[in-house]
Design a protein around this ligand. Structure first.
Ligand code: EPZ
Length: 419
C-alpha cells in the first residue's frame, strides 16, 4: 500500500496548473449516456474515480475511449443498463448513471452505492425525484431497479435536502422527459452549472442556472458535442492552502476565482494577500503565520464541505482559535485524531470543532481516511518539523491528479514509497 514521505518546513513557492474538476467530470461522463451521437469531453482529470466510471460506462456496451485528457463516447452500441455492485461500491457517484439510463432507455438496474467514511450517503432524494417524473422504482438485494413505460413525464421536484448528486441525476433525466420539469431546492454548485452547460450544448433546454430553481423543458433526443471540464475549485483551494500553511506564495493557473470566492475570502481573513486573475489566483502568505478562521460548511455559494479538512489543517498552526461546524456530512472530522497526533489542539463536540493554533506541528506517522482528509494531512506534513509518513494514500489518488509532481513543482519534499 503506497505511502507519502514528506519532509516539512519549506515555504512553498511557484505555480500549479489546476486540472479539470473531479466532481464535474463524473456527472459529465454519466451524461454521455444521453447523447445519440458521439461526444468528446476534454480537460478530463486522470483520476481513479474517473477511470472507474469510464469502465462502468464501457460495461454498458458504450464505445468509450480515454486518451490523454479527452474522453470520447459513442452510445450507439449500448446494450445493457446494468451497473454492478463491484464497480459502484468503489465509486459512489456511479449512481449518476441511473437518471440518464432510465430517461433514454426506459429501464436501469444500478447497485445502491454503499456509504463511505464520511457518512451514510443515502440516495433517497434521487429516487424520490425520479418517481416524481413517473419512474417506477423498486429497491431489492442492494439494487435500484427503475422503469418507465415510454418517456419520463415532466413534473415538479422538491428536494428535502440540498443534494448535488440528486440535482445532477434529475437534471439529466428531465432533459429527455416529455414536458416541463421544475426542480426546487436544487444544489447550486459550479459542477451542476457545468453539467447544465454541456446538456444545453447537447440540445437540452434548461433555465435557472446557478439558482436553486431549475426549469427543464424536455426534448426528444440529445446529440453529441465537444466540451471541456470546468476547473477544479477544490484542488485550487487545496494548493492555495499549501501556500497559506507554509507561509509561501503559490499561483494556481487554468482555474477561475469565481468558483471559490467564499474560500478566497477566508484566506484573506487569515491575512494572506490574494490576487485574482481571469484564469489564475495567487496567494502570498508573506512568511506570516495565518490567523485561525471560523466557518460553517454549507451548500454553494457558501463555504464548501470539501475544503473543511484543508482549512482545519491551516488553522492548526494559526494564530488564536477558531470554530468549525460541519453541517453537510455526519462524520467528516476523521482527520482530527490524525492531526492531533502531529500536535494539533482540536476539541470536537458533535459536528463542531474548536481549533486552537499551535506554533509548530511535529512529524508523526499518520493514516489517510478519506479524500479531503488525506490532503489535510499532506498540508500538516508540509508545515511540520521533520519527516511525516502518511499511510493509505490511495484515498488521495481518487481526487488529486499528479499530486507529487504538482507539490514538488512548488518546492515540497514529497515522495511516494510503496510497501
Ligand atoms: C457531492 O457528493 C460531491 N461528490 C462531494 O464531494 C461533496 O462533498 C458533496 O457533493 C457536497 O458538496 C461528487 O460530486 C462526486 P450530496 P453527493 O448529495 O452528491 C444528504 C469530494 O470530496 N443526502 O450533496 O453525494 C447526504 O447524506 C466529495 O470530492 C440525502 O440525505 O453529496 C449529505 O448529508 C465528498 N439524501 C447531504 O445530503 C440523498 O438522496 C449532501 O449530499 C442525497 C444526499
Amino acid at each position: 500500500m503506497d505511502k507519502f514521505l514528506i519532509q516539512g518546513g519549506q515555504k512553498l513557492e511557484g505555480e500549479v496548473r489546476i486540472s479539470g474538476a473531479k466532481n464535474a467530470a463524473l456527472p459529465l461522463l454519466a451524461a454521455t449516456i444521453l447523447a445519440d451521437s458521439p461526444i468528446r469531453i476534454s480537460n478530463m482529470p486522470n483520476l481513479r474515480d474517473v477511470n472507474t466510471l469510464v469502465k462502468l460506462i464501457a460495461g454498458l456496451g458504450v464505445a468509450i475511449e480515454y486518451a490523454g485528457d479527452t474522453v470520447t463516447a459513442d452510445t450507439s452500441t449500448l446494450n445493457n443498463q446494468f451497473a454492478p455492485y463491484d464497480l459502484v461500491k468503489t465509486m459512489r457517484a456511479s449512481i449518476l448513471v441511473l437518471g440518464p439510463l432510465v430517461a433514454r432507455y426506459g429501464e436501469a438496474k444500478v447497485s445502491l452505492p454503499g456509504g463511505c467514511a464520511i457518512g451514510s450517503r443515502p440516495v433517497d432524494q434521487h429516487l424520490k425525484a425520479l418517481e416524481a417524473l413517473g419512474a417506477h422504482i423498486e429497491v431489492e438485494n442492494g439494487y435500484v431497479h427503475a422503469k418507465v413505460d415510454g418517456r419520463l413525464k415532466g413534473g415538479e421536484v422538491i428536494f428535502d435536502v440540498v443534494t448535488v448528486g440528486g440535482t445532477e441525476n434529475i437534471l439529466m433525466a428531465a432533459a429527455l422527459a416529455d414536458g416541463v420539469t421544475t426542480i426546487r431546492n436544487a444544489a447550486r454548485e459550479p459542477e451542476i452549472t457545468d453539467l447544465a452547460n454541456m446538456l444545453i450544448k447537447m440540445g437540452a433546454k434548461i433555465e435557472g442556472l446557478d439558482t436553486d430553481t431549475l426549469v427543464v423543458t424536455g426534448v426528444e433526443s440529445l446529440h453529441g458535442c465537444d466540451y471541456a471540464v470546468v476547473a477544479d475549485r477544490i484542488e485550487t483551494g487545496s494548493y492555495l492552502a499549501a501556500a497559506a500553511i507554509t507561509g509561501g506564495r503559490v499561483r494556481t493557473t487554468h482555474t477561475d476565482p469565481a468558483l471559490l470566492e467564499c474560500v478566497l475570502d477566508k484566506f484573506e481573513e487569515m491575512g494572506a494577500e490574494v490576487t485574482r486573475g481571469d484564469d489564475w489566483i495567487e496567494l502570498d502568505m508573506q512568511g506570516k503565520r495565518p490567523k485561525a478562521v471560523s466557518f460553517r460548511t454549507l451548500p454553494h455559494p457558501d463555504f464548501p464541505t470539501d475544503m473543511q479538512a484543508q482549512i482545519m489543517a491551516v488553522n492548526a498552526i494559526g494564530r488564536g482559535f477558531a470554530t468549525i461546524s460541519e453541517t453537510i456530512f455526519e462524520n467528516r472530522f476523521m482527520h482530527v485524531p490524525e492531526l492531533s497526533r502531529m500536535g494539533a489542539n482540536i476539541q470536537v463536540e458533535g459536528n463542531d470543532a474548536v481549533v486552537t493554533g499551535v506554533e509548530k506541528l511535529s512529524a508523526a506517522p499518520v493514516m489517510a481516511t478519506d479524500l479531503r482528509a488525506s490532503f489535510s494531512l499532506v498540508l500538516a506534513a508540509l508545515a511540520a518539523e521533520g519527516e511525516t509518513l502518511i499511510d493509505r494514500i490511495y484515498h488521495i489518488d481518487r481526487g488529486y491528479e499528479h499530486i507529487e509532481a504538482k507539490l514538488q513543482g512548488i518546492g515540497a519534499k514529497i515522495k511516494r514509497v510503496s510497501g
